[in-house]
Structure formats: structure tokens, C-alpha cells
Design a protein around this ligand. Sequence first.
Ligand SMILES: Nc1ncnc2c1ncn2[C@@H]1O[C@H](COP(=O)(O)OP(=O)(O)OP(=O)(O)O)[C@@H](O)[C@H]1O
Length: 204
Amino acid sequence: MQVTLDAVGHRFAEGPWLFRGLSQTLLPARVYALTGPSGSGKSTLLSLLAGWAQPTQGRIRHDGVDRVGWVFQNPHGVPGRTARDHVALPLLARGSAPASADLDAASLLDRFGLGGVADQPFRSLSGGEAQRLMLARGVAAGPSLFLVDEPTAQLDLATGKEVNVALGQIATEGTIVVVATHDSRTRDACTDHIDLHDYQDGRP
Ligand SMILES: Nc1ncnc2c1ncn2[C@@H]1O[C@H](COP(=O)(O)OP(=O)(O)OP(=O)(O)O)[C@@H](O)[C@H]1O
């Protein structure tokens, strides 16, 4: 499985080019940090990768990608449902039996440092816990391409650090992960780095 970007460029209508000449092969078990100044097109590139829009120039090819997951910068959950329910639901939706969904949810919660809050309702979680829960829930859905937009944007330094540690855990066999971020610590938690600044006028 892979996603191939071939000389990709994008602009809206007659507006300026956000980026041009972006060629890259994205592979499973890697976590790509997508950085660049505000307005450089990070979120736009995520939506092109998701297939929600076509690039103005060049081509994005998805080989073997059958499921795309997305985590937004603001965690959204069901206030009265437990952390465990949030992770078990996508497992059930994929056909797991309730007992095995529960076991797998417990192990995913542990992986993201949430074992201790498994039975707490979403509304009682801290910002960092809620954001890590969104990552755990996203992984539970079994995406082949997992897109994460500014996961630490709303968090203080310490809480952001928790989330960055969790991002280091989402590299999973069979999943390509791309994380748009302003945060240099998030970038450092990723295995690879794409800087849109390098593509602002068609370079390199
Ligand atoms: N649907 C749209 N139509 C026209 N312009 C758009 C559209 N979506 C985004 N833009 C513009 O494209 C530029 C890039 O936006 P985008 O949100 O991709 O940047 P970003 O790098 O994610 O920014 P930030 O870091 O501030 O979140 C911005 O100037 C934005 O206003």
C-alpha cells in the first residue's frame, strides 16, 4: 500500500499557489509531520490526500488505501459515554464481537495511556486525555490512511507533550499517518517530515 504524490500543486480559483512541485511517496508504518507557515496549505493538502478535492496540478495516487481516518484539532465525543465506549464502537462497527471489542479497546486505551480513565465519561476527561482518545478511536477504526490535523493546537505545553508521546505510538503496520502541525515537538515525534515551505514557489 502507498500514496504517491506526483508534482502536486494547489491553488483556489485564481488565488496564489499554496504549494507546487510536491512529489513524495507515503508508506505504511511511517508518521509524516506536515509543517509550514499558517496558510501554507497544510489542511488543504490533508483534504487532497483524503480525496475530498483534486489537486490543481499533478496527481495523487492511492494504491491499496481502502479506509481514510481523520482526527480534527478539537476533540469531539459523546459527553455521557465512557472512554472505553468511544474506542469499542468502531471495533464493533468493523464486525468484532462485543467481548473481543472490549478487550481490544482496553489494549488500545492502555497504548495511549488511558487505561486509568477507561470507565470515565468523555465529559470528565482532560483536554490531553480527550485528544489521545480521539487518536485511539481513530486507530480502532483501522484506517489505511490516517490524517491528523493540529492535534496539539488547543493544548498547553504539558498536555501537548502527552499527545506527542501518543503520536509516536500510532505508527502501525498497515497505516500511513500524516500529522499537520505547527508544533516542533510534534514534528520531532514523527518519523518523517514534509515542510510545505519548501514547495511554496515550486521548489525543490
Ligand atoms: N475552500 C477554500 N476556498 C478558498 N480558499 C481557501 C479554501 N480553503 C482554504 N483556503 C485558503 O487557502 C489557504 C491555505 O489554508 P489551509 O487551511 O490549508 O492552511 P494551513 O497551512 O492549514 O493553515 P493554518 O496553519 O493556519 O491552519 C488559506 O489562505 C485559506 O484561506
